[in-house]
Ligand binder design. Structure first.
Ligand code: PBG
Length: 308
């Protein structure tokens, strides 16, 4: 049988995580790099049009039969299902938290008044402003090394940057982390830290080849988090955090919506008691907690949070 063609973005992070994950697929694999608009265009993400900038080119290559499987950071995956494509596996998530990478070993509370902190994420910007209105939040783009260099090294022009710990771990760059940020103050983006594997619908051989990499609990947690995003997306451009865990026989979900300037936020937390950990029950639990969280947030005015 010929090798399974695994499509990935060409960034150092994408290559590192795809190569590590593909080692767990059955049989021989061949890594195929695909350039996406998100990699080429340096404009702010909000301007290029957010959803899909990192994923569309991969999906096109998959549907054109140039590759058999594509691997994404699940955080970058649009919530709407794509015709002809199935989510064949969600790999086990390690630590989903954000990490502060500051100059001179500084922790978050050590940052001086007015410190410049870089992030490209509206959620992280709102969280930073909420906790420390004095900070100067700077919009940054670029790959992980480019962003780290803004805060550390000879050309640094910022005091700190915030990045996903998962990405730094996969690149072997946890040495740059000066504080792992708590989920309490800095809840993470839906599906942060999870990797998604997509195949063509009906391509049984490829679906089978990647099945071993699937982790049912991670899939359910990431699904619950993404259902919050999908449920609030209509008419709501506010930054959203959603973080789910399975612990002690329960699936817990906490979701927070922020005003962009961090001046206001709404939080909903819900839990579902599991009998076991079967796929269908986990999936039911994910839909249940997400549905309740979305209803609570909408009732509390999440859709109007940005207007004032
Ligand atoms: N939007 C970029 C992106 N997509 C996924 C990750 C990190 C790795 C992950 O969450 O799996 C990052 C970089 C970052 O947020 O620091």
């Amino acid at each position: 049988m010929s090798a399974l063609r695994v499509g990935t973005r060409g960034s150092a992070l994408a290559l590192a995580q795809t190569t590590a994950l593909a080692a767990r697929f059955a049989g021989e694999v061949e890594i195929v790099e695909i350039t996406t608009q998100g990699d080429v265009d340096r404009a702010p993400l909000a301007q290029i049009g957010g959803t899909g900038v990192f994923t569309s080119a991969l999906r096109e290559a998959l549907l054109a039969d140039e590759v058999d499987v594509i691997v994404h950071s699940m955080k970058d995956l649009p919530t709407a299902p794509h015709p002809g494509i199935v989510l064949a596996a969600v790999a086990k998530r390690e630590d989903a938290r954000d990490a502060l990478c500051a100059r001179d070993g500084l922790g978050f509370d050590d940052l001086p008044e007015g410190a410049k902190v870089g992030t490209g994420s509206p959620r992280r910007a709102a969280q930073l402003r909420r906790v420390r209105p004095d900070l100067d939040v700077v919009d940054i783009r670029g790959n992980v090394e480019t962003r780290l260099a803004r805060a550390q090294g000879p050309d640094a022009d910022l005091d700190a940057v915030v990045l996903a710990l998962a990405g730094l771990t996969r690149l072997g760059r946890t040495d740059a982390v000066t504080e792992v940020l708590s989920l309490g103050r800095f809840p993470t983006a839906p599906a942060q830290g999870a990797l998604a594997v997509e195949t063509r619908d009906g391509d049984a051989a490829s679906i089978r080849a990647v099945a071993k990499a699937d982790h049912a609990v991670t899939r359910a947690c990431a699904d619950a988090e993404r259902l919050v995003l999908a449920g609030l997306e209509a008419g709501c451009s506010a930054p959203i955090a959603a973080s789910a865990q399975v612990d002690d026989g329960m699936l817990f979900l906490t979701a927070t919506v922020y005003a962009l300037d961090g001046s206001k936020h709404l939080t909903a937390s819900h839990a579902y008691t599991l009998d076991g950990q079967s796929g269908p029950e986990l999936s039911e639990a994910a839909m249940d907690v997400a549905g309740r969280a979305v209803r609570e947030l909408v009732d509390a005015g999440a859709m109007e949070l940005d207007a004032a």
